[in-house]
Design a protein around this ligand. Structure first.
Ligand SMILES: CC(C)(COP(=O)(O)OP(=O)(O)OC[C@H]1O[C@@H](n2cnc3c(N)ncnc32)[C@H](O)[C@@H]1OP(=O)(O)O)[C@@H](O)C(=O)NCCC(=O)NCCS
Length: 192
């Protein structure tokens, strides 16, 4: 039986802008890294719309780590401009690296490149968010110099006993919400 080809060293990974043809590989890697039950974030979930819409609106800040033709990591970001403020923020929405090639500096290189792009676009601050129990991500971001950690609480209320919900339940199927045009958070430093 032929032996599997050894993977080239992580150091030879190329960080480049994401191309249309990368979408299936990025989506598959994201599904592995962001299963809905692991790091649930109600305002943002990893799905085809999230990736495709983000790629269409912010392709400059969609990067992949390409190791000999294989996508082993990605970083997706967007530039936020706050109304009434001269400040622009680079917001890193998704960062992921294949666990088989973890701790080899790939995320560090993706982060370095996206930071350069944010600066070229005029950002004066970079923001990230992650689950409070995502120790790997927190360790990573702290190592990258993130220090201001502002807790943000998400609350939910089950609507399945709400009279309106019960009335609608047996009616025609609900209209599917159109995907958001971009995964921007509804908060930014200094707001609310
Ligand atoms: C977090 C993540 C992006 C790190 O990717 P990576 O390529 O392994 O990171 P790097 O090799 O660049 O790590 C740099 C530093 O981050 C920290 N770090 C990374 N992974 C860590 C882990 N599992 N445990 C503790 N610290 C970790 C370390 O300080 C590491 O430096 P060291 O290896 O010299 O100790 C990767 O683990 C991942 O994709 N996780 C799942 C998705 C996710 O949570 N993304 C972030 C939120 S969107």
């Amino acid at each position: 039986m032929p032996r599997p080809r050894p993977r080239p060293s992580a150091a030879s990974a190329v960080i480049r802008e994401m191309a249309l043809g990368d979408l299936p590989a990025v989506f598959a890697l994201g599904e592995k890294l962001f299963p809905a039950d692991k790091w649930p974030a109600l305002y943002r979930t990893w799905d085809e719309y999230e990736l495709a819409v983000h790629f269409a609106s912010d392709s400059e800040t969609c990067l992949v780590a390409d190791l000999d033709g294989e996508v082993v990591g990605f970083a997706l970001g967007t530039l936020l401009e706050k109304r009434g403020s001269a400040w622009c923020y680079g917001y890193l929405l998704w960062l992921g690296v294949d666990g088989d090639i973890g701790r080899k500096g790939i995320a560090g290189r993706l982060f370095e490149r996206i930071t350069e792009i944010f600066i070229e676009q005029g950002a004066r601050m970079i923001m990230v968010d992650t689950d409070a129990e995502n120790e790997a991500a927190l360790a990573f971001f702290r190592k990258q110099g993130f220090a201001q950690e502002n807790p943000h609480v998400f609350l939910s209320r089950n609507l399945s006993r709400d009279p309106d919900y019960l009335r609608h339940r047996d009616g025609p199927p609900p209209k599917r919400r159109k995907p958001a045009t971009s995964s921007r958070p509804n908060y930014a430093p200094g707001k609310g």
